[in-house]
Design a protein around this ligand. Structure first.
Ligand code: MN
Length: 418
């Protein structure tokens, strides 16, 4: 049996930086979707691929050794990313998803954490191999919402597990036998959040070449809005002797390595420091209302991880308060700015935050966009950071109408001409 593989990644139509990365190896393949400001997202996703890349081409004594090596790679990736964010303030709060496969003989070992996905096409059927570690998946499992509702749920990007956000990482693993004709897809949520499963299945069954398929998937996601970075890795298992004209990586699983494809690790080349998400690391620096990236989901997503980690701990009753007590944000209490401990989320009757410090700063002093941000909660690393955020708050330009402290959008959002 021979493996033919191809991968593609694209920044999409909205973001300015591609924080996705993929690994296209000989026996190891992976997708990582990074998050965090100040280039931290790209750093996290690229770093997470390194330990997986080290497994590429390795021979294992038995299936369990291979599976364990894959789990170890996740643990190493987690340590690398958490160490980096501990060492460098610019990298605080960064994290990444990681979905990786390792081939060992005719077996496939799958490791997964986050909301990137692995799919298998076998006998004309598409099967999702991974379960998303997301809040909405949790709600689906609980029977509270349907998958259709999850697809449009406002909190659908909240992920409950990731590499680099905690000392421990939980990895889902699965091992199964490969059959000739199998096709594997690894992808980031920039694809699956846009292209529905039915369309995905159709393309996976119709497009023959892995390279053409990977590119087509990217095109579809871009055509659907491309609101996130998009990555697709396609791996085909072809019976030896079957003719092929496929471009892209091609290698024999049990071969002598003569035709071994070069290891490809694709990460973002972009190094423009303009990502609004840098707010997480640059104290108090918020996007201006003119900044189109102010709507970027980077920091929201990083906050989302923190929220979700807390959420699961709370739900599991495992001393969630401990972690909760380590989260702060700046928000509004009535019409004054306040520092909150906890996370700006309400779970039915559960309110997961409380005011720890009130200020005399009134919403009337602030620009409308900033008041909006306060309503969502501006994440702070700690209480000191929260104070700095408040100290560095922007002033409402002279001659503009104050923002209303009501939760509904008001006509005062746009500053009036002086
Ligand atoms: Mn993504």
């Amino acid at each position: 049996m021979r493996i033919e593989a191809a991968g593609a990644t694209d920044v999409g139509q909205v973001r300015r930086i591609n924080q996705d990365a993929y690994l296209l190896g000989y026996s190891a393949f992976a997708v990582a979707d990074g998050m965090g400001g100040h280039q931290a997202g790209e750093v996290a996703s690229a770093a997470a691929l390194e330990p997986v890349a080290e497994l590429d081409g390795r021979v294992f004594a038995d299936p369990e050794a291979a599976r364990q090596a894959l789990v170890d790679a996740f643990v190493t990736a987690n340590r690398m990313v958490t160490d980096m964010s501990a060492d460098d303030p610019d990298y605080r709060g960064m994290g990444t998803t990681l979905t990786a496969v390792l081939f060992e003989g005719r077996r496939l070992h799958l490791g997964h954490t986050g909301d990137s996905r692995a799919y298998l096409v076998r006998d004309g059927q598409l099967r999702q191999l991974t379960t998303d570690h997301t809040l909405v998946q949790h709600l689906i499992d609980e029977g509270q919402i349907t998958p259709a509702e999850a697809a449009i749920h406002p909190q659908r990007s909240i992920i409950t597990r990731a590499i680099g956000v905690a000392a421990d990482v939980q990895v889902d693993t699965e091992t199964f036998e490969i059959q000739s004709g199998d096709r594997l897809l690894l992808c980031s949520d920039g694809l699956t959040g846009v292209v529905p499963d039915e369309q995905l299945a159709q393309l996976l069954l119709e497009v023959e070449s892995p390279q053409a398929l990977a590119e087509t998937l990217i095109e579809r996601a871009n055509a659907g809005g491309g609101h996130d970075n998009i990555t697709a890795v396609v791996v085909d298992f072809v019976e030896e002797g079957a003719g092929t004209t496929t471009a892209g990586a091609s290698a024999s699983v049990a071969g002598d390595g003569q035709d071994r494809a070069p290891l490809q690790v694709r990460t973002s080349e972009t190094r423009s420091g303009d990502d609004w998400a840098r707010r997480l690391s640059q104290l108090g620096a918020l996007g201006s209302p003119e900044d189109p990236d102010a709507a970027d989901t980077g920091p929201r997503r990083a906050t989302a991880i923190a929220i979700a980690v807390v959420l699961l701990l709370v739900l599991a009753g495992l001393g969630g308060r401990w972690l909760l007590s380590r989260s702060y944000y700046v928000g509004l209490q009535h019409d004054r700015v306040a520092i909150y401990q906890g996370v700006p989320v309400e779970l039915g009757p559960l309110n997961l935050s409380w005011v720890v410090e009130r200020t005399s700063v009134h919403v009337d002093e602030l620009p409308a966009y900033y008041v909006e941000a306060l309503r969502d909660g501006i994440p702070a690393i700690d209480r000191r950071d929260a104070r700095l955020i408040i100290e560095n708050r922007p002033q409402r330009p002279e001659g503009t109408t104050p923002a209303q402290p009501s939760p509904s959008p008001s006509p005062t959002e746009t500053p009036a001409t002086p």
